[in-house]
Design a protein around this ligand. Structure first.
Ligand code: SF4
Length: 335
């Protein structure tokens, strides 16, 4: 019998020690008075062809990571490598070429489409910017994209206000796909949609991923949505990565106390089954003045002295499972 060779997936996107601080200005001369540490020293990698889910409460920095990777907002420090290329060093035509391969689907399908442009122009705009095809060829590509996302050819002449929320998000997906990118940041793409529409859009994203060989960074605050679509998941807390592992491992055996608390809040499909709920006390502290040591310590039911003084290192504790917690060693803790 021939031996089967398993080829390991390569990393398409590598994020190293990424930082994004926003200045807080005050006074007559608008001097910088403080910094909001939105993303602080975050590292992870996304493998080719996978969906990497990024979860956490509002304000934890997940959307800022997506925007910084795409250079929609400049980074304060760290590096991002896409397909082996240093994203932050690119300028001019090199950056333009890189952008063909890195696109985004925005959270809000209402405000992310220009209301004055017909849908065909919205979807085809990037083709024009990149000088792809003539008018007829561009129109054909747009028609093809509309069909791929489940819309009709005549929709190209309509305006965004004539569509429902789900249809507008399909337009946003078609726009992201037009240049045939390798990588798409999906920034909470279903959170503004009705629950009944969410699964349709998620299934569309999955089908398109298979068809075009796409890699996704899927940002969400809903753990059930992330479980549905992700291959691996990163959990963020207050600008830091708390845990990264495969979807199966995360939902079966979460190691970080914050992840354990988040997962305990997901309702079980069978009402007769009960899950022990871990209720976190207090609010998320401000990223303007994050707590010393482990940023989760003011809310962590397991916190000990060292947690208040020394920041835990984000490191691999078991195979394919990275955690930032002093109490997690090779044998995992449970609350
Ligand atoms: Fe909790 Fe300490 Fe682990 Fe932070 S390092 S999550 S405070 S046990």
């Amino acid at each position: 019998m021939p031996t089967m060779i398993v080829v390991p997936q390569r990393d398409l996107l590598v994020v190293e020690n990424l930082k994004k601080y926003f200045p807080v200005r005050s006074g007559l001369f608008q001097r910088i008075a403080a910094w909001v540490q939105a993303v602080d020293d975050v590292s992870f990698a996304i493998r080719e062809g996978e969906t990497f889910g990024l979860v956490g409460e509002s304000g934890c920095g997940k959307t800022t990571i997506g925007r910084t990777i795409l250079r929609l907002t400049p980074a304060t420090g760290g590096s991002v490598f896409f397909d082996g290329e240093d994203v932050f060093s690119k300028r001019g035509s090199e950056l333009k070429a890189l952008r063909r391969n890195m696109q985004i689907v925005f959270q809000d399908p209402y405000s992310s489409l220009d209301p004055r442009m017909p849908v065909g122009e919205i979807i085809g705009e990037s083709l024009q910017i990149h000088g792809i095809g003539n008018n007829r060829e561009r129109a054909e590509i747009v028609q093809g994209m509309l069909a791929k996302v489940g819309l009709n050819p005549y929709h190209a002449r309509r305006y965004p206000h004539e569509f429902s929320g789900g249809q507008r998000q399909r337009i946003g997906i078609a726009r992201a796909l037009t240049l045939r990118p390798k990588f798409i940041v999906c920034d909470e793409p279903v959170s503004a949609l009705d629950v009944s529409i969410q699964s349709q859009v998620l299934n569309l994203l999955k089908n398109l991923q298979k068809e075009f060989g796409l890699t996704y960074l899927f940002i969400a605050h809903n753990l059930s949505v992330v479980e549905h679509i992700s291959d691996r998941v990163g959990v963020m807390y207050l600008g830091k990565m708390a845990e990264v592992t495969t979807r199966e491992e995360l939902y079966r055996d979460p190691l970080h106390p914050y992840t354990q608390a988040l997962l305990s809040a997901i309702p079980l499909p069978n009402p007769k089954l009960k899950r022990r709920r871990v209720v976190l006390s207090g609010d998320v502290p401000s990223p303007l003045n994050p707590p010393p040591g482990c940023r989760f310590h003011p809310r962590c039911p397991l916190a000990v002295d060292v947690c208040r003084q020394i920041e835990p290192v984000f490191e691999q504790k078991v195979a394919d499972h990275w955690v930032a917690c002093h109490l997690v060693s090779a044998s995992a803790v449970k609350m």
